[in-house]
Design a binder for this molecule. Structure first.
Ligand SMILES: Nc1ncnc2c1ncn2[C@@H]1O[C@H](COP(=O)(O)OP(=O)(O)OP(=O)(O)O)[C@@H](O)[C@H]1O
Ligand SMILES: [Mg+2]
Length: 343
């Protein structure tokens, strides 16, 4: 037993001479959930594939539950559960039969396979659907069954690669519940996501990667703190918005717009008053103005210079530490997204 469920030291992996993961290091405490957050193509799946022995790293040292991934791959495989984007479920079989099949493939005696299947169906809230064919399952139920299938033999370390991608909000919420329970039961979990909200809701700690590098890490709150502490959100009805935007721009230079809300980073709480006064001086009516912590979307934008879902694969102004100097009263170099992933 080690302190760390997962240790990644200086991981490197390239494809055809093009680096996909560049010198990535992080640890996941045993029994905790780490959210690996990054846009398309940032290297999340490659990191998971290296940790789960699917790919051979080009460099670095990887330990899973204390076992060296390159030196002892079988020991690693015996300790991990992996669920990816594409589940290996049989559509025609029922949920229970699928789980029993996995159990049998893992050489459990029939009675034990059945018992374990029922246990898992219960635990993953699939008891009512146990006898329905998988083709009748919703996306969320499939993901839960997929997760259950990976745990037919209990494993201390669980890898979840974008587990809720494509799910509707309710299914996502249900899967989150399942993942939390898994964590509470003591599993070490590495979860990748492109959803800032997801890691914010689930993760004990977050590692943000971009273009194969770690660009930030900490708790969700710490990351939000790095943006500079707070933003001021001003709610402005039309037709005043353009004028308000103009006025705020004079104040800050970085104004983001989410529907009727205009958002500017602030470095001191007193700036709320300054903003309200500024708008009032110009005769611009507003509905509301309030300080709040930035969302992780805003954090990501500040760290990378762009909104999370607008990654275009080009060389971007993702300049390591830019935008992270939110301390002593300085406004961060980054800004909040004009079109965030918020709804
Ligand atoms: N087998 C492969 N051969 C060649 N290039 C690859 C291969 N797998 C990944 N890559 C490249 O490595 C980079 C990282 O890809 P990876 O799939 O790890 O990103 P990701 O963060 O999981 O993205 P997504 O959010 O889209 O799943 C990308 O540029 C990708 O094109
Ligand atoms: Mg991926």
């Amino acid at each position: 037993m080690t302190q760390w469920g997962i240790e990644v030291e200086h991981l490197r992996k390239e494809f055809d001479g093009k680096p996909a993961v560049r010198d990535v290091s992080f640890t996941v405490g045993a029994g905790t959930l780490l959210g690996l957050l990054g846009p398309n193509g940032s290297g999340k799946t490659t990191i998971i594939n290296c940790l789960t022995t699917v790919l051979t790293p080009d460099g670095g040292r990887l330990l899973v539950d204390g076992c060296d991934v390159t030196g002892a791959p079988e020991q690693v495989r015996a300790r991990i559960a992996v669920t990816g984007q594409f589940a290996a479920l049989d559509e025609v079989l029922s949920g229970r039969d699928n789980l029993m099949l996995f159990g049998r493939l893992l050489r459990l005696p029939k009675r034990q396979a059945r018992q374990r299947a029922d246990e898992l169906l219960d635990r993953f809230a699939l008891g009512d659907a146990a006898d329905k064919p998988v083709k009748a399952y919703s996306g969320g139920m499939r993901r839960r069954l997929d997760l259950a299938a990976s745990l037919v033999v209990p494993r201390p370390v669980v890898f979840l690669d974008e587990p809720t991608t494509g799910l509707d909000p309710r299914s996502r919420e249900e899967l989150w519940q399942t993942i939390r329970q898994l964590r509470d039961d003591g599993a070490t979990i590495l979860l990748t996501s492109q959803y800032l909200e997801e890691v914010d809701r689930l993760a004990d700690r977050v590692v943000v990667i971009d273009a194969g590098r770690v660009i930030a890490e900490g708790t969700g709150d710490e990351l939000k703190g790095r943006v500079g502490g707070q933003v001021c959100e001003v709610t402005v009805p039309e037709p005043n918005r353009a004028a308000a935007r103009e006025a705020l721009r004079a104040f800050s230079g970085e104004v983001a717009e989410h529907g009727e809300h205009l958002v500017v980073p602030v470095s001191r709480p007193a700036q709320l008053v300054e903003i309200v006064r500024l708008l009032d001086d110009r005769g611009i009516e507003i509905d509301d103005a309030a300080l709040r912590k930035p969302t992780l979307d805003e954090v990501f934008f500040a760290l990378t210079g762009r909104a999370d879902e607008t990654a275009d694969g080009d060389e971007r102004a993702a300049d390591g530490d830019a935008g992270t100097t939110g301390r002593d009263g300085e406004r961060p170099a980054g800004a909040v997204p004009a079109e965030g992933a918020r709804s």
